[in-house]
Design a protein around this ligand. Sequence first.
Ligand SMILES: NC(=O)c1ccc[n+]([C@@H]2O[C@H](COP(=O)([O-])OP(=O)(O)OC[C@H]3O[C@@H](n4cnc5c(N)ncnc54)[C@H](OP(=O)(O)O)[C@@H]3O)[C@@H](O)[C@H]2O)c1
Length: 418
Amino acid sequence: MAAENRNDRVSLYPCGRPRKEFPELLRLVLLGATGSIGTQTLAIARANPARLRVVGVSCHSRIHELAAELETLRAAAPEAPRPLVTVVDEQAHAAARAEGLFGDRLLPAGDGALEALVRAPDDLHVVVNGLVGAAGLRPTLAAARRGVRIALANKESLVVGGELVRREARAHGAEILPVDSEHSAMAQCLSGRREEEIDKLILTASGGPFRQTPAADLEHVTLRDVLRHPTWDMGPKITVDSATLLNKGLEIIEAHFLFGVPYERIEVLVHPGSYVHSFVQFVDGALLAQLGTPDMRLPIQYAVTGEKHWPLAGTRLNLLQIGRLVFEEPDTGRFPCLDLARQAGRAGGSAPILLNGANEVAVAALLAERIRYVDIAGIIARTLEAARSGPVGSLEEALEWDALARRMATAEVARRAS
Ligand SMILES: NC(=O)c1ccc[n+]([C@@H]2O[C@H](COP(=O)([O-])OP(=O)(O)OC[C@H]3O[C@@H](n4cnc5c(N)ncnc54)[C@H](OP(=O)(O)O)[C@@H]3O)[C@@H](O)[C@H]2O)c1
């Protein structure tokens, strides 16, 4: 094996280490309660009122959706105290206050509001981070500083601040368990194993809606086409990322930080059915996989519970109906974002931050129908070229690189949109 950076071998995931011991009733804060991950987490809480107590929730601006979610949660556990509520957007916060939506449970809005929510409950065991984008990093760091279990869906936390999260989690004994279905699959394969036993990680990818679309046709795909994911029903940003395969690139970086495996030993296989959620190959050649229907409640629940298989109602995989499993090599010619992410991960320092910031700007522009699907890769590549990357030693530096990426990508969007 080639000489590896020592840091590459330090996993965030508690491989081979005991899980945190918590009381029977887990108290959790849910960041991003109105999103796809958030509402599925609330469904799990509703199904397990004696074992899960939601003590804090957040949304950005969809206050009425949040109020409706909390109403159904209350119906499932009428005796439970109402959770604290953070509404990040100041205008939406003012509207919630004016309408008396959350009464005295509403915390202040604005900068630092999510970190304040994580710090607020006296007794806290789990933080579920279902936020989208780099906005998830600061609350992840706040949760790490509380030394709690973090059920992490927000992969951007690790892409933008992998080293920072690693540092805080280690210093404060926080436990990071993945929610992304691929990384959860790997965690399930790694149950009872140690890091030294891992040879390589194989991430599976559905291939997205354009798996078979010829390169020339990609120039003309519409936003509707982009948002038509073949197997998963998710929020808009990750759905776009799945269509460009940048999501799989972000997952390579996420896997690198979570499991301490160097980039050259993290592979991607396209698996159109999304039945196999990922593989771990061990040093003796054993290849383990986790299979299941595409249902995010399983990985969310597995992370929240500290890796327990609690009962979960739902469709089961019918292997006879599937018949055979298909795997393909990803086409990095048609999907350049995959290689851009791998290169940024390998370059380290600020490169993954630039990649992520440029992508967030490009995805927002696509969702606003200002640019075309094929512009996304160009905007990311241009940002990575133009901003020469450097080291990142602190959160402030990470946020400066993020801001730089956004400025550059915004200029590139304007150039392409005009
Ligand atoms: N969805 C999935 O099945 C899935 C699977 C694997 C991994 N993930 C990862 O999980 C994360 C969440 O994805 P999602 O699909 O659940 O996203 P989503 O449906 O778009 O939900 C995002 C949540 O974050 C809130 N939010 C958005 N921007 C915010 C900001 N700037 N500050 C504070 N809160 C903000 C939203 O509030 P409002 O509703 O008020 O806007 C919403 O509650 C992403 O990192 C994604 O990659 C998702």
